[in-house]
Design a protein around this ligand. Structure first.
Ligand SMILES: Cc1cc2nc3c(=O)[nH]c(=O)nc-3n(C[C@H](O)[C@H](O)[C@H](O)COP(=O)(O)O)c2cc1C
Length: 234
């Protein structure tokens, strides 16, 4: 099994430590783990040129960094996104990375491999906001085509992991086990939500009617997304 993790910050605080526990529960000797830290692994903001969508992703000036992470997404069975809650949102550096993935969004050129993956999203906060952050991270993965996303948010009532109570650390250990079990079970047949099915159908119809970008419609045809359901078991 391969796991790709995008950490929303580069320091190893409460959020990192929860993700680490989940990874430990998911892994065995053969598990390959690809970890990326923001902003170290994507130190640029999107320029907003839209070249990735309109002319092809290789034309993005940050393609070297994007390609490395996208290739790790493609290989992964499980994708984990984590972020501490910063003013009720994901961190700016994680959002800046997500902006670089616009060309992979469902209306454009989603990777066919994404439709078979399981996502896990994690956020911590001192007291409020993890619900908004995990929903937002879940949405990012759904738009990339990932059908099943497990959300985990926790108020740690602390600014540092060393300040998190022992009681909460016991809870984190138990919850991580449950999340890992759920993810492994979901991998056998990741089922999309109704909202995702509808979104896919609408995009497919629009591509059939040639109402969207030509380069994207060509991709939908060539990748086989026009035929059947990308979630069907083979
Ligand atoms: C810039 C900034 C903004 C924050 N905004 C919130 C917030 O909106 N709600 C909250 O409960 N905690 C907020 N916090 C606290 C962190 O979310 C919390 O301490 C979190 O567990 C830190 O995770 P980490 O140890 O992985 O960095 C904020 C912290 C920082 C540095």
């Amino acid at each position: 099994m391969e796991i790709t993790v995008i950490h929303g910050v580069r320091h190893k605080g409460s959020t990192y430590n929860i993700t680490k526990k989940i990874i430990e529960n998911l892994s065995n000797n053969e598990t390959v783990i690809n970890e990326f830290f923001m902003p170290t692994d994507m130190p640029h903001y999107c320029h907003g040129c839209l070249n990735c969508v309109l002319k092809g992703e290789e034309t993005c000036v940050h393609y070297t960094e994007v390609a490395k992470i996208v290739s790790a997404f493609d290989r992964a069975d499980i994708i984990i996104l984590d972020s501490p809650t910063y003013v009720m949102e994901m961190t700016g550096q994680l959002k800046a990375f997500c902006d670089h993935l616009a060309y992979l969004y469902m209306p454009h050129r989603p990777m066919v491999s994404m439709f078979k993956k399981v996502g896990i999203v994690v956020s911590t906060a001192a007291g409020a906001g993890t619900g908004r952050v995990t929903k937002s991270l879940e949405s990012q993965l759904h738009f990339l085509g990932v059908p099943k996303v497990i959300r985990y948010g926790l108020n740690v009532y602390a600014c540092k992991y060393s300040e998190v109570s022992e009681e909460l650390k016991v809870k984190i250990a138990k919850d991580s086990e449950v999340i890992a079990k759920k993810a492994i079970k979901a991998l056998k047949n990741p089922k999309p939500t109704i909202k995702m099915r509808i979104m896919f159908k609408v995009m497919k119809t629009l591509h059939c009617k040639k109402k969207l970008c030509e380069i994207d419609t060509e991709y939908w045809k060539e990748s086989g997304l026009m035929k059947g359901s990308p979630w069907k078991k083979k």
